[in-house]
Design a protein around this ligand. Structure first.
Ligand SMILES: [Zn+2]
Length: 73
């Protein structure tokens, strides 16, 4: 379990579910939201949400790369 405290350029985070998607994505493939935050901090790779206590705490139900924190402008 590792979380990098670095913002990844070229990626943005979904405001609703915090899924990390490429900058050119129009819609979140996870929750369907079209609102993204260009700045975010930390990331977590969820492989098996059902077995991850961190995923449960963050309310993550699907596997993927998620931002730990959205950075508001
Ligand atoms: Zn989303």
């Amino acid at each position: 379990m590792s979380a990098k405290k670095k913002t990844l350029s070229g990626y943005k985070a979904c405001r609703r579910c915090k899924l990390v998607v490429p900058e050119d994505a129009k819609q979140c493939p996870n929750c369907g939201s079209e609102e993204f935050a260009p700045r975010w901090r930390g990331m977590i790779a969820v492989i098996d949400p059902a077995k991850s206590c961190i995923a449960k705490r963050l309310g993550i139900e699907k596997s993927g790369i998620y931002a730990l924190e959205i950075v508001e402008e």
